[in-house]
Design a protein around this ligand. Structure first.
Ligand SMILES: Nc1ncnc2c1ncn2[C@@H]1O[C@H](COP(=O)(O)OP(=O)(O)OP(=O)(O)O)[C@@H](O)[C@H]1O
Length: 233
């Protein structure tokens, strides 16, 4: 990270209020944060602290109630829904705790899907997807369907699917929540390897402090506030 570079993400005084009937729930209370290209960052904290809410805002899936988010210098508030969808599709990959693979598609076809949605030919999509599957160690499993893969393997497919469009940012909300501790470690190591090899920025959330050992930076959320923001040496 070069300190003079424009941050990949700039969040300024972000607030997010949910209304449950007449009751207001303030999930985030004025978060300001810069994330630089190439960072490998974990957001952690207790249940209900606002981690998923923050991920949805950083991933441009949700909009803040107030405050400003710039992605690569672009004021996201100025994008309409179609522009935002297109922008998100090009710039951001997502990994979910429940893997979210399409059960009727093979591992390779799942990874091809984001490329085909963008109109890339089947031939090219197949070649690009196969290359990324190889990078995540699943070259031999391209023809396997999700129900024949272990949880750890499914999450590797999901990481390949997130990376195949060559996004600047991958957001992973609790990517290890459905995995045992050994597979959790393997998934965090794989994300780290992909971060280093491809220069892709990763932001992931976790409840598990053991997974914070190899991150560049860890942000502790509590009650919708940043309690600490530690950069590792
Ligand atoms: N759609 C919603 N409607 C109402 N309240 C919500 C909504 N989404 C989140 N909240 C509330 O906002 C607060 C933060 O929730 P959030 O899911 O971001 O926390 P979290 O840290 O991700 O929790 P967990 O670790 O359990 O997933 C909680 O009080 C939650 O109940």
């Amino acid at each position: 990270m070069k300190p003079t570079e424009t941050p990949l993400l700039q969040l300024r005084d972000i607030r997010r209020r949910f209304m449950l009937g007449e009751t207001a729930i303030d999930a985030l209370h004025g978060i300001s944060l810069d994330i630089h290209a190439g960072e490998f960052l974990a957001v952690w904290g207790p249940s209900g602290s606002g981690k998923s809410t923050l991920m949805n805002l950083i991933g441009l899936i949700d909009a803040p109630t107030s405050g400003e988010i710039q992605f690569d210098g672009q004021h996201t508030r100025r994008l309409d829904d179609d522009a935002l969808t297109e922008f998100r599709g090009r710039q951001i990959g997502f990994v979910f705790q429940s893997f979210n693979l399409v059960p009727v598609l093979s591992a390779l076809e799942n990874v091809m899907l984001p490329l085909q949605i963008r109109g890339i030919s089947e031939h090219e999509a197949r070649a690009r997807a196969a290359a990324v599957l190889m990078d995540v160690g699943l070259a031999k499993f391209g023809l396997s369907y999700p129900d024949k893969l272990s949880g750890g393997q499914r999450q590797r497919v999901a990481i390949a699917r997130a990376l195949v469009v060559a996004p600047k940012l991958v957001i992973a909300d609790e990517p290890t929540a459905n995995l045992d501790s050994e597979n959790s470690r393997i998934i965090v190591d794989l994300m780290r390897e992909m971060n280093r090899a491809r220069g892709v920025t990763f932001v992931f959330t976790t409840h598990d402090p053991r997974l914070l050992e190899h991150v560049d930076r860890k942000i502790l959320l509590r009650d919708g506030h940043i309690e600490s923001d530690e950069v590792m040496q």
